[in-house]
Write a protein that binds this ligand. Structure first.
Ligand code: MN
Length: 153
């Protein structure tokens, strides 16, 4: 990492899950978007570490993209409550829970209707692009009653 892109050594929080010098990236969203009301902030991006640490936050009733990929995720819930789909499992999540998302495992986070859900997500700097489910794959997922209930609609 060259000096120009080296972040300040100390970046205090501004409160409200925002940080000084960290760009707030609301997801662009239209009717066809596979996610709802979720934002991203990249807290650390350091090739010498080989990983990035991001903070994602969805509004109440928001959800992340249902996706899978070769790279793995290490997640810690920071605020709020919701559910996480992990392959054929659906788990309730709360602050400080730890979630490992293995390679090629379908995953999605959903906030409750009551409050935002925010989590830290560690990921390899070099990673493949997520794949979205085909209609056939979605139908196969919905054969699991827990997953069908989680996905709704
Ligand atoms: Mn993912």
């Amino acid at each position: 990492m060259d000096a120009e892109h080296t972040p300040p050594l100390f970046r205090p929080t501004e409160g409200g899950y925002r940080w000084d010098g960290v760009a707030y990236q609301p997801y662009k969203q239209d009717g066809s978007a596979p996610f709802k009301d979720i934002s991203r902030q990249t807290l650390f991006h350091d090739p010498s570490l080989g990983c990035e640490l991001r903070y994602f936050e969805m509004d109440a009733a928001g959800y992340s993209t249902l996706e899978r990929h070769e790279h793995t995720h290490a997640v810690m819930i920071l605020r709020g409550h919701g559910q996480c789909m992990l392959g054929d499992r659906v788990v309730d999540v709360k602050p400080h829970d730890l979630i490992t998302i293995p390679s090629w495992t379908w995953h999605q986070f959903r906030a409750t209707d009551a409050e935002p859900l925010g989590f830290l997500c560690m990921v390899n700097t070099l990673r493949d692009r997520p794949a979205l489910p085909t209609d056939e794959e979605l139908a196969a997922m919905r054969a699991n009653p827990d997953v069908a209930r989680f996905l709704g609609g």
